[in-house]
Design a protein around this ligand. Structure first.
Ligand code: ZN
Length: 357
């Protein structure tokens, strides 16, 4: 086995094309590539081989201080491996390098985890607080446009039905801080809007975009036994908007992408990823604590408006019984109707009823 490279004499002198070889006896020598004349040689244990770091060329220093240089790192490793083991005490970092690399990787991972665990929530809150209202507005508009192009169909609900639901929706949103500000009207405030759509493949569903655009599918209206259930679901979605869950979700995802970019050193495609993730995330699953928060919000708002505070719990039970396990992206797929969830919502509704009476 031999490896090609350049040999530099110990003192000043021109580098020469050379071949490095190692004999069965462990003698390493470097020879002129053309004539085969030996430039330098020495026993393996007296030769210094630089650590492997990425694709940086390796330096092999002979006892006479002349240096052989090559970027064919794999061949060098293969060549010296059998001897390296025999002289592990003298080997210059070839094996020690790997544990060091592992420790480095472990430290980077620990650092990123700490950043994610402790710094990210603070950064997310700061980002949400300083986001001007135009950002959620633009984001919501583009998400709704793309959903209309790809997923939704026009609503088949009658105009009267739409009006009846919209009127009830307006009454409950008027009781929220955001709804009140929009009635005032305060600068920047934007009221909630209720939008009817045929759900297509997402079936019975409802979701809210961060600017207060709420979308309700015909299938959900058809499935609900009474309008209280529809309102309970809408109140839940209003809760997501009021607590700014989707903006938080978006910034968290952007933060994760930034971390991945930091590790991977890839800046170029990152922005695009954030946008793609952003539009996917805006309407889809929230964390379990965000869901619980929106459930409680529904109970409170429904109670405040003089509606049935258990409506959201009843709707979960209905969907669970009618649709069973979720498959296709309906409301249950992002809002699992677990017994704990239903029980907790009912318990909270009772508590609210007692507290306020
Ligand atoms: Zn939800």
């Amino acid at each position: 086995m031999s490896v090609a490279g350049l040999w530099r004499p110990p003192a000043v002198g021109r580098a020469k094309a050379a071949l490095l070889t190692i004999g069965a006896d462990g003698m390493m020598s470097v020879a002129d590539r053309d004539s085969g004349a030996i430039f330098a040689s020495g026993p393996f244990s007296h030769i210094k081989i630089s650590d492997r770091v990425g694709s940086i060329p390796r330096h092999i220093t002979f006892p006479d201080q002349s240096v052989f240089e090559t970027s064919d790192n794999d061949t060098v490793d293969n060549m010296v491996r059998p001897y390296a083991r025999r002289h592990s005490g003298i080997i210059h970092g070839l094996e020690r390098f790997h544990p060091r690399l592992l420790i480095f990787v472990a430290l980077v991972v620990a650092f990123c985890f700490a950043l994610y665990r402790f710094a990210m929530p603070v950064l997310v809150e700061v980002a949400v607080a300083v986001t001007p209202p135009v950002v959620p507005q633009l984001l919501s508009k583009s998400v709704l446009v793309s959903l209309d192009q790809t997923l939704f169909e026009p609503t088949k609900l009658s105009v009267e039905r739409q009006k009846a639901l919209s009127d009830q929706f307006a009454k409950i949103t008027a009781l929220t801080p955001r709804g009140m500000a929009a009635l005032a009207p305060a600068p920047d405030a934007r009221a909630y809007t209720l939008n009817f759509r045929g759900g297509g493949s997402i079936g019975p569903n409802a979701f809210a975009l961060p600017d207060g655009t709420v979308v309700l599918t015909d299938e959900l209206v058809d499935l609900a036994k009474d309008d209280e259930m529809v309102l309970g679901v809408l109140a839940h979605e209003i809760g997501h908007v009021d607590h700014q869950h989707s903006l938080r979700q978006l910034y968290r995802a952007a933060g994760v992408t930034a971390l991945i970019m930091l590790i991977g050193g890839d800046i170029g495609s990152g922005t695009e990823d954030i946008l793609i993730q952003g539009s996917a995330l805006v309407s889809l699953s929230y964390s379990r604590s965000a869901e619980a928060e929106a459930d409680r919000y529904s109970v409170e708002l429904m109670h405040k408006a003089g509606h049935d505070p258990t409506a959201i719990a009843r709707f979960f039970e209905l969907m669970r019984d009618k649709l069973g396990d979720t498959s296709k992206g309906d409301f249950l797929s992002t809002h699992p109707a677990t017994p704990e969830r239903i029980g907790e919502t009912r318990r909270y509704a009772e508590e609210i009823a007692k507290r306020k009476n």
